[in-house]
Each structure stands twice: as structure tokens, then as C-alpha cells.
Design a protein around this ligand. Sequence first.
Ligand SMILES: N#Cc1c(-c2ccc3cc[nH]c3c2)n[nH]c1N
Length: 240
Amino acid sequence: MRLDYLTIFPDYLAPLGLSLPGKAVESGLIDVHVHDLREWTHDRHRTVDDTPYGGGAGMVLKPEPFGEAFEALGVDEHTTVVFTTPSGEPFTQRLAEELATRQRLVFACGRYEGIDQRVIDHAREVAEVREVSLGDYVLNGGEVAALAITEAVVRLLPGFMGNAESLVEESHTGGLLEYPVYTKPPVWDGREVPMVLRSGDHGLVAAWRQEQARRRTAERRPDLLAPSALDDGTPIERAV
Ligand SMILES: N#Cc1c(-c2ccc3cc[nH]c3c2)n[nH]c1N
């Protein structure tokens, strides 16, 4: 998978070099390119923004640099352009799984009051476009969301996680939150590891974990258990 990032703050995406193990890059599993949007400006001040039509506070990112960047990067029908935006569809594990099937992702990271709408409209004519929000809170730009989405997607790529089994029993995989986990010592702070986990009975352990996952989900995220209006009656897949 090739991953490109368009941003006016390229240093903000430096963690990509830390959070994605080098082996994933060296093995060719992922190919990461961060681009400073100002590469596609032509004035002395390298202008990327201007005041909003219709008035209002703040500045809007101009369309020309994005348009030239898409052209230069070869954005086409084989590309999925991800606009990170507070007005986007919620980012979920299901969307991460969907994006993990794409051969190329280009992240367009907004700042200020956002990106000129014509950039999104143009992108929809040449590529697949997803406008994605990290959640219902306000950030100052799209870079943090791009980092989070990247991590959630790349870790799903075959061969990225050394132990693929650990992907199976994770929160939100299968629709439930993850069960509590424990490791040595057997007693710490006067607290004992649940005996069932030390019983050696895999069936009992699996049943206990399933019940803990359901209980935790019911307590913290009842919305994950409630049938949605879109529910077609298909049973929610349970964590094993
Ligand atoms: N994704 C996402 C976001 C943002 C976001 C994204 C881009 C810009 C550009 C200026 N301000 C932004 C906020 N806020 N909250 C989220 N969940």
C-alpha cells in the first residue's frame, strides 16, 4: 500500500517514521510519502490560504495547490483520497478494514477553517473520496486524524502484525469491547488474577472472556449492542 499525505505542517507527520515499524517500509508492505502542500505554490510567500467567501472568521485552504498536488501525485481511479474533517463520516474499525483493502491512500489534511469545497468536488471526479472524522470533538487540523487512521489501517495489512491472532480478539473486532487482560505476577497489590484464567481450561477461559466482553460492552458501549435502525436482523458477530 502506498500512503501519501498532503499537509502544510509536514513535521506533524514525523511520527509516521516512528509508529510504523521500519520493517513494514523496508519489506515494501507500505510506501509512505509526506508532502508539504507549499511545494505547489508559486508566489513569494508560498500562499496556501485566503479569506472565506461569504465572510466569517479564519482562513480557507486554497484549491489550486491541492489540484496541482493531485495532478503531480497521479491521483486517479486507483486512489482513495481521505479528507480528514470534523464533518466527515465517523471513523470506525469497519471503515479501517475497508480502507485496508485499497492499494493507495492519499490523505488531504486540512487546517484553519478547512479546504475549499471544490477540492473535494474535483477529487470525487477522479478518485474514490472518503471524508472522515475521528470523532465528535474539534481538533486544529487533520494531521492527528490522518495519523490515527493510518495506524488503524496499516496494522490490518497482511504481514504487518507479527501475531495475526492478536488482531482477532481486539476491541471492536466482532462488535464487542475487549475483555480484561492479566499477566504475571498472580497476585499484585493484594489483587489476584481470576482463577479461571489460571485453570488451564480453554473452554472455561473462552466463556469467561466472552461474558466479560459482553458485560463491559453493555456497561460502556450499549450502543454497540442495540440493534440499529439499519439492522437487517443479522446477528452481531461476537468476539470469540
Ligand atoms: N478528522 C477530523 C477532525 C477535526 C479536524 C480536521 C481537519 C481540520 C482542519 C481545520 N480544523 C480541523 C479539524 N476535528 N475533529 C475531528 N474529528
